[in-house]
Every structure is written in structure tokens, then in C-alpha cells.
Ligand binder design. Structure first.
Ligand code: HAM
Length: 427
């Protein structure tokens, strides 16, 4: 029986990938830039399991959110416990933070994570059932500087990756009082139009009318255009926070636009919410998104600490980099590929390759074929910068032919000078 990969998932391969963004060395490079950047902003890595009790996500994402109602990969384990694969990272980080009592170890906690998330969605470009997120969560600070640090970090990562044409869309969904006032106004506005709303929006009318603003239905969208703006219903404290976020973004030179229709697909947000889009990404053009979620930790019976964070999908990041023509290294990690011609040369090359590895020089040796053409193909596919050919003539002279596979330049290098040559010279 021939097995096939599951719908909405993909392999990340060292070569031979279906799509250029599915090459593993590109993922490594993106992850490396992310890791370098987060350190400079003081974030530390947290790794949580990929499954949790289903209730954790029901409670945090919201019972009426698309994620909970339609998209969870849920099952009952052998012990009869309801389990779900994590659809996002924030809930798991909060669970871990509370359970491990990390609040006792300081007043500010800044975490980042990189890993797979699972949503049972209709797969299409930029939308998968298993996707990967880089996310951060900053806990303990109510000051608007924290919101802006988070937005700046997201934009900074994109910039370091070379992504252009970014747009930061910003909104405030206020605090509980703001939202309750807005809810009344929104219901008053929508009530006469109720029969014309999509069935999905009708279902949300009583339960969670704010979510209607997120509807993708064309007729709903027309109505939403003229709906009241949440920004007119913010409490003075929420207004002040929003104004400060805007002022600080101006101060550090991050362009943004206010979009009062952004409500986000998760229920835990309050005050600041944002989405970053990029041109050249097609229909699923949201690269990353996040916001503030004061109150979420205490709803998990943790301390009453505020929080703000974001997550960005790595598939979309790589796709936009490729469609914007951002140059990424095509090569893997191998530096030198040894091609022995004959048994004696093979032992010599094996000991040279081993010596290189011990000296931190990534090396490979051709052991699968005696055909030089095939060996050269293998060498170039390995991503090696150099190949070293050793035949009987070279054995007699105790040298190898060191060839730069890109420039095609060659030079003769004595065996005992190979490591010094590779470490210093540019053949
Ligand atoms: P989210 O907007 O649901 O937020 O997802 C964040 C990002 O993950 C999206 O902008 C998108 O790039 C990517 N993404 C989501 N679903 C898929 C999918 N099916 N296929 C490909 N990419 C996808 C959250 O998950 C929040 N936890 C973010 C956050 C952290 N807010 C505060 N802290």
C-alpha cells in the first residue's frame, strides 16, 4: 500500500520539495534570524506540548470562535479525556505560566515559541491544517510601551528577513465596559438588517455580535461598512491607552493605519489589536497578528497579570519572501565534498573528511558510486561549496584537487594543508 500525506499538511525537505518554501534550510535560516532578534528584545524560549485538554482552548479562544466551533483537531484519549491539538500558542503558554507558578519568579515575563499548530480548515494557499507559528507573549506590563515593543519586534523580524510592503493595521477593542456599550450599539444597528445577514452572522447575533465584523460574506461586509465604530465607544482609559500606542508608534517611526473593523478571531483580546499584512501574499495576506489580553491569566486562576503578544505563520513568511524575490541561500550546510577515485583514495578521503569534521568543517564523502559524473551531481546537490577529488596521481603527490563548485576554480592542496586552506583561503 502506498501512503499519502494528509490533506492540508506538507513535508519540509532538504531538496526535491514541491514548493520552494518547503525547503528545510530556508526554514532554518528564518528561524535563526527570529532567534537572534528575540534575544535582543529580551524574550526567552518556552516549549509546551502540542496537545492539551480541549477545555483550555474552549475557554480561551471563546466558545463561539471559528477555531473552537469548526477547526479543532479533537479526540478522546484512551483514558476518556477530551484532548485537542493546539490551534494556537497563547492558551498553552498561559496554562504553563500558571501551572509552573512562574509569576513568583519576577514581575515581567517575556516568552517566545516556534512550533506547529493545528486547525481543521479548508486547505488553500497560505492556509493549512498544520501550520507553524513564531509567537511571543509579554506578561506583566500594562504600559502601552509594551504593546509597541511587541509590534516593533514583529515588524523588525519581517524587516530583517527582507520583507517589503508591510502594512500594520491597528485597532482597539477596548475593555469590558467599552465592548458592552459597543455591543448594544452594534445590535441596534444590525437588528433591522437581521434577515439579510448570512446564517453564520445570524447565529452570532446574540452570542457574539462583534464577531460579525469579521465576516467574509459579501452582503455582511456591505452592512459592516456602515456599522458603528468601536472607537466611539471606548472608555476614557481605553482611549488613553490607544492614543499612547499610536503616539509611541509615531515616536519610533512605525507607520500604521487604524482599521476599526479588526476584531480578531479569538475572544481573549482587549484594548490593542493589530494585524500585519504584506503585498504579494495573495488572499491570505495576514502575515502576523496579535494584541493585548489582560484578564486571560486570571481566567485560568492565575495572578491578575496583563499580557500582550502576537503570532506569525512561518509558511506565509517564507511564501512572501519567495514572491518578493528575497534572495535566500540555495545551499545547505556542507562545505567540502570528497570524491575518491579508487580504494586507496577512499581511505585517504575518509580520514581527511573525518579530520575536517573534527575541525568544525562540514564535510561529506562520496561512498555510493564510482562514477565521477554521479559523484559531482551528488556534490552539487549536497550544497557543498567545494569538492575535493583524489585519484592515483594525487595519491602519489599527497595532494587533492580542491574545486570551488560555484566559480569552478581549482587548486592543488597538499593533504596536510587542507584544513588551514579551508579555514583561510578563498579558492
Ligand atoms: P491568529 O491570528 O489566529 O493568532 O494566527 C496568527 C498567524 O498564524 C496568522 O496571522 C497566520 O499568519 C498564521 N495562521 C493561522 N492559521 C493558519 C493556517 N491555517 N495556515 C497557515 N497559517 C496560519 C493567534 O494564533 C494568536 N495566538 C496570536 C497571539 C499571540 N495573540 C497574542 N499572543
Amino acid at each position: 500500500m502506498k501512503f499519502q500525506i494528509q490533506k492540508g499538511t506538507f513535508d519540509i525537505l532538504p531538496y526535491g520539495a514541491n514548493e520552494p518554501w518547503q525547503l528545510s534550510h530556508l526554514w532554518q535560516q528564518v528561524e535563526e534570524i527570529i532567534r537572534q532578534t528575540v534575544v535582543e528584545y529580551g524574550y526567552k524560549e518556552i516549549r509546551t506540548p502540542i496537545y492539551e485538554t480541549t477545555e483550555l482552548f474552549n475557554r480561551s479562544a471563546g466558545e463561539t470562535s471559528d477555531i473552537v466551533t469548526k477547526e479543532m483537531f479533537s479526540f478522546i484519549d484512551k483514558g476518556g479525556r477530551p484532548i485537542s491539538l493546539r490551534p494556537e500558542g497563547t492558551a498553552s503558554v498561559m496554562r504553563s505560566f500558571v501551572e509552573n507558578r512562574l509569576a513568583n519568579l519576577g514581575s515581567v515575563h517575556k516568552f517566545f515559541y516556534i512550533g506547529p499548530m493545528f486547525r481543521y480548515e479548508r486547505p488553500q494557499g497560505g492556509r493549512y491544517r498544520q501550520h507553524h507559528q513564531f509567537g511571543i507573549e509579554a506578561l506583566g506590563v500594562t504600559a502601552p510601551e509594551q504593546d509597541v515593543e511587541v509590534i516593533d519586534l514583529l515588524v523588525q523580524v519581517y524587516k530583517r528577513l527582507g520583507i517589503k510592503n508591510l502594512k500594520v493595521n491597528l485597532n482597539s477593542v477596548g475593555d469590558l465596559v467599552s465592548r458592552s456599550n459597543f455591543r448594544t450599539a452594534l445590535l441596534d444597528y444590525l437588528r433591522p438588517h437581521f434577515p439579510h445577514l448570512s446564517s453564520e452572522s445570524q447565529a452570532r447575533f446574540e452570542k457574539n455580535p462583534l464577531r460579525i465584523l469579521d465576516s467574509k460574506d459579501p452582503k455582511d461586509k456591505e452592512l459592516i461598512e456602515k456599522a458603528p465604530s468601536i472607537l466611539n465607544y471606548l472608555t476614557s482609559e481605553a482611549v488613553h491607552h490607544f492614543q499612547e500606542v499610536c503616539r509611541l508608534l509615531n515616536e519610533i517611526g512605525i507607520p500604521y493605519q487604524i482599521n476599526d473593523k479588526i476584531v480578531r478571531g479569538l475572544d481573549y483580546y482587549n484594548k490593542t489589536v493589530f494585524e500585519v499584512t504584506a503585498e504579494d501574499l495573495g488572499a491570505q495576506n495576514t502575515l502576523g497578528a496579535g494584541g493585548r489580553y489582560d484578564g486571560l491569566i486570571s481566567s485560568f486562576e492565575g495572578p491578575d497579570l496583563p499580557g500582550v503578544g502576537f503570532a506569525t505563520g512561518l509558511e506565509r513568511v517564507l511564501q512572501v519572501m519567495i514572491s518578493q524575490g528575497i534572495s535566500l541561500p540555495k545551499k545547505g550546510g556542507t562545505q567540502i565534498y570528497f570524491i575518491p577515485l579508487g580504494d586507496e583514495a577512499r581511505t585517504q578521503c575518509f580520514s581527511l573528511a573525518t579530520a575536517c569534521r573534527h575541525a568544525h568543517i562540514a564535510s561529506e564523502i562520496e561512498l555510493s558510486t564510482k562514477k565521477i559524473q554521479t559523484a559531482l551531481q551528488n556534490a552539487s546537490r549536497s550544497g557543498a561549496v567545494y569538492c575535493a577529488i583524489v585519484g592515483s596521481e594525487e595519491m602519489a603527490k599527497k595532494v587533492l584537487q580542491l574545486k570551488n563548485l560555484e566559480t569552478r576554480n581549482s587548486q592543488e592542496v597538499p593533504f596536510n594543508q587542507l584544513i588551514a586552506t579551508l579555514k583561510t583561503c578563498d579558492v
